[in-house]
Design a protein around this ligand. Structure first.
Ligand code: AHR
Length: 340
């Protein structure tokens, strides 16, 4: 976005343009929006015809197959629509994400998209974006802020609901009786917090079922295997079921169970979340019992939302992805139609 066109837009729109208006978009002197409001700039400033929309995307990292699918979807859609995407991989560190957001602000991007690693610690940098009148869209994970005008909208799945779906399915499968070990996602991340919450809430309806052990395995296959090995070592006899907050950790757990001479999918029931291809392959092989879908293909909906924003539409604060559960009984039939 060139400064001259921003200047022209502001002058024409406001007629009473102030002398510093052309420079204000990216300075910290611009007025910030009130609670629950959007600034006129972030609500409706269109990109001039023929001019490239510039979007900065701060991604968590590449910890899982799901994450890679999300990155590909957003990069592909940006390329398809002729959007210039500035991509920053935070390699699992919030400090890197904050740095990337500051750099996007300094580069005067039109929109900033963040997939936040953890829920807290965002207010200062989001205030900087707001003062610079750069709208922020949260993708995939939510955050905790005292003022929700600090971001424009969140596009994500309902992680609490995913946890509930997993627990409901498991309770039925186990006839309401049994002990479960839980592999949690990254500590402090919305999907880890909410998937634990939803699962525990649903499980409370089944007094015969309990979580015997729970530990973070950071959403990775390697740590899923490592934590599962420790669980097996300390209490092998009591492991009847595994609830993993994502498929990668479940796949790591399957490996650990097999190496310990156990039979995942048969004498240990496994349910996880994401519904990536590897999970379907494991279900077809009879090693994973069920997975709850969490759709990572955000590209189309993200750029549709950005277009609406720039056309001046008022966006809901939350745009929800619909998810469903797949179990072994449908895996072979569905696997070829999976897009990720
Ligand atoms: O935020 C979504 C979660 O993050 C996915 O379930 C997981 O695989 C990823 O790394």
């Amino acid at each position: 976005m060139t400064g001259r066109i921003w200047c022209l837009t502001i002058v024409l729109t406001l007629l009473l343009g102030s002398s510093g208006g052309c420079e204000q978009k990216a300075t910290t002197d611009a007025p910030s929006a009130g609670k629950g409001q959007q600034t006129p700039e972030n609500a409706a400033t269109p990109t001039a015809a023929g001019e490239k929309l510039v979007v900065g995307f701060s991604q968590v990292g590449a910890e899982s197959a799901w994450r890679t699918a999300e990155t590909t979807s957003i990069k592909d859609e940006a390329a398809k629509r002729g959007v210039e995407l500035k991509f920053a991989d935070a390699q699992g560190k919030q400090a890197n994400q904050i740095k990337a957001v500051r750099s996007f602000i300094a580069q005067h991007v039109d929109v900033i998209v963040i997939a936040p690693i953890v829920e807290t610690g965002w207010e200062p940098v989001l205030r900087e974006a707001q003062r610079a009148a750069v709208p922020v869209i949260l993708i995939d994970r939510g955050i905790q802020v005292s003022d929700d005008s600090l971001y424009t909208t969140l596009i994500a799945s309902d992680f609490v609901e995913e946890g509930r779906m997993a627990a409901e399915w498991l309770a039925q499968k186990m006839g309401g009786q049994g002990e479960i070990v839980e592999l949690q996602g990254t500590t402090g991340a919305a999907p880890a917090i909410d998937r634990q919450k939803g699962f525990a809430e649903e499980l409370a309806k089944h007094p015969g079922m309990k979580i015997a052990k729970t530990q973070s395995a950071d959403f990775t296959r390697a740590k899923g295997k490592e934590v599962m090995e420790a669980f097996i070592k300390s209490d092998r006899e009591h492991i009847q079921a595994v609830y993993a907050h994502n498929d990668d950790m479940a796949l790591g757990a399957i490996q650990a169970l097999e190496e310990a001479g156990m039979h995942p999918g048969k004498d240990v029931i496994l349910v996880s979340i994401d519904a990536v291809r590897g999970a379907f392959e494991a279900m077809v092989a009879g090693k994973l019992n069920a997975t709850v879908e969490c759709n990572p293909l955000f590209g189309p909906i993200l750029f549709d939302t950005i277009e609406k924003l720039r056309a001046g539409a008022t966006l809901p604060k939350y745009i929800k992805n619909e998810d469903r559960l797949f179990d072994q009984s449908v895996a072979a039939e569905v696997i070829d139609s999976r897009e990720y």
